[in-house]
Write a protein that binds this ligand. Structure first.
Ligand code: UYC
Length: 230
């Protein structure tokens, strides 16, 4: 395995994202020595904002039973790979943990709850948002939620991904819904079982935003200043 390790270590550090994406699961198969390389990799990249490649490496360590991996994460990344910045005193730990184990369905529910928490106790009780509340939502907190989704989904999921697709379609909702797998023909995708709760979903499929009360809340979210301040 020493040979395998050496031939993977270099391209992991210097390779393209595509190469890195292929190497991370190979290292995960190589036991403790593979984990050591992933730890070294994450430490080297620590000064830079986390990308989905960091997310992949983090997930291998997070989902490993090896004591050295647990100890490393406890001392170097105690709150996870994405910094959990909040202006509103909200804790995004549970969201990071669900995303790190790729439980996208539970993470989606927690996202809806956190969005309500961000708007205050009346929204928490109501369990859904007014567009006027979304407009006032903290950009820092929205960016944190979005980064969590991006980093833990190979860059596939998140509000900013949805926004990019929506803009590329000239904000045309009828073209947007089928593109992100929320509608097929005239039929809405049914919650929860018809949605795709893994990375085989189309780009922008998650997180969900219920359209039962109209499109205005989602339009506010995708137009939020958080996405142009990035
Ligand atoms: N649901 O169909 N949705 C719910 C979506 C619609 C409906 C929750 C998304 C269309 C009802 C989430 C789509 C529609 C409930 C989503 C979708 C509809 C419900 C749980 C594709 C009927 C029960 C969180 C656009 C034609 C709750 C929550 C209620 C729930 C998401 C029906 C996350 C993305 C127009 C009856 N749907 N939803 O908000 O309020 O309750 O009665 O979007």
């Amino acid at each position: 395995p020493a040979n395998d390790i050496d031939s993977l270590r270099r391209p992991l550090i210097a390779g393209s994202e595509k190469v890195q994406q292929q190497i991370i699961p190979q290292l995960a198969e190589l036991g403790n020595e593979g984990l050591d390389v992933l730890m070294e990799f994450l430490l080297k990249r620590r000064e830079n904002p986390a990308t989905w490649i960091d997310g992949k490496a983090y997930q291998v360590l997070y989902n490993s039973d090896a004591p050295q991996a647990k100890e490393f994460l406890r001392s170097c990344f105690p709150e996870g790979i994405v910094p959990l910045k909040s202006e509103c005193g909200i804790n995004y730990n549970s969201l990071q943990q669900l995303l790190a184990v790729q439980d996208f369905q539970a993470a989606d529910r927690v996202t809806i709850e956190k969005m309500c928490e961000l708007s205050g106790p009346t929204a928490v009780q109501r369990k859904w948002l007014y567009f006027t509340e979304v407009e006032k939502t903290s950009a820092v907190d929205l960016q944190t939620i979005n980064n969590l989704w991006l980093v833990h989904s190979e860059g596939k999921f998140g509000f900013s991904v949805q926004r990019e697709i929506w803009l590329s379609l000239g904000k045309n909702w009828e073209n947007f819904w089928p593109k992100i797998g929320w509608k097929a023909g005239n039929t809405w995708t049914r919650y929860p079982n018809e949605f795709t709760w893994d990375l085989s979903a189309p780009r922008g499929h998650l997180p969900l935003s219920n359209q039962l009360r109209g499109v205005r809340v989602f339009a506010s979210l995708l137009s939020h200043p958080a996405w142009t301040q990035l």
